[in-house]
Design a binder for this molecule. Structure first.
Ligand code: UDP
Length: 255
């Protein structure tokens, strides 16, 4: 969907010049299921604080976020920052919850391919998804990499498997740049989603924060305790991002 069409259609908020869809979990699910019934190719992103921080110095990534068909608000920070700027996101809609709920409702009519994460993780995530939904059809799993030299192998594999739903876990921004670059080369794919750490969570390689911490918006603290090396990213997401929103609000920061 073009940026102009997006402005005219369903409700959305703007933060740092990025449009985010004001969807509920159920609404997002319905939209994606609707997309899967159509032939048109769609790219869905799961923006969070870190991804919006990336757009502050990466205008191409911001442009990409404004070209996608659906941007679901993956972090509590986006819900809070929307409120701070007089806008409203009904709730946080995480990539992992969306993938879990979506796969729980799919049948063999909508085959799925899992691309990304460390070797073995996509397969482990796939078996969890299949255990919860025996009607689901997973036509391929591959760790791969976002490197251009690996693209021909990955594309050949996906073309042969012919999935309708492609989940890509290369981390942002790599996964979404990869989808934007290659979606047209995978004609069977109707919906491609950049899913970040979703396979790690499903496979049990990474634990989600306790629900109370999630509700209090303290997932970053959980992440900091588990992965202290991410302190720089967490600082930018939790401290610098709100300051930038306070300063620039709905508009993109000047570069
Ligand atoms: N990842 C990957 N290839 C890469 C970089 C990352 O497959 O070159 C995977 C990584 O193993 C993880 C996922 O991408 O499964 C998300 O990475 P990260 O933790 O950086 O992203 P976040 O959870 O913050 O979205």
């Amino acid at each position: 969907m073009s940026y102009v069409l997006k402005l005219m259609s369903s409700s959305r908020v703007f933060l740092l010049g990025v449009s985010i869809d004001a969807v509920t979990r159920t609404g997002a699910l319905e939209m994606i299921r609707g997309f899967l019934r159509e032939e048109k190719q769609r790219h869905i992103m799961t923006p969070n604080n870190e991804m919006l921080m990336e757009t502050a110095h990466n205008a191409d990534f911001r442009a990409l976020l404004n070209e996608t068909d659906l941007n679901i608000p993956d972090s509590t920070g986006l819900v809070w920052m929307a409120r701070l700027t007089g806008q409203r996101l009904p709730e946080r809609v995480t990539g992992v919850d969306t993938v879990t709920a979506l796969c729980a409702s799919l049948t063999k009519e909508a085959p799925v391919f899992l691309l990304g994460a460390q070797p073995g993780i996509a397969e482990a995530a796939a078996s969890v998804l299949l255990k919860n939904n025996p009607r689901l059809k997973i036509v391929g799993c591959f760790a791969g990499s976002p490197r251009e030299e690996d693209a021909p192998t990955i594309l050949a594999m996906i073309r042969a498997a012919a999935p309708h739903l492609l989940l890509v876990a290369f981390g942002a921004p790599a996964q979404d740049l990869w989808i934007a670059k290659h979606l047209q080369e995978m004609p069977s794919v109707r919906v491609a989603v950049g899913v970040g750490g979703t396979f790690d969570f499903l496979a049990g390689k990474r634990q989600r924060a306790p629900i109370r911490m999630q509700r209090l918006g303290l997932e970053w603290l959980w992440r900091l305790m588990r992965e202290p090396r991410r302190i720089g990213r967490i600082w930018r997401a939790v401290v610098i991002f709100p300051l930038l929103v306070l300063r620039f609000g709905k508009s993109a920061p000047r570069q």
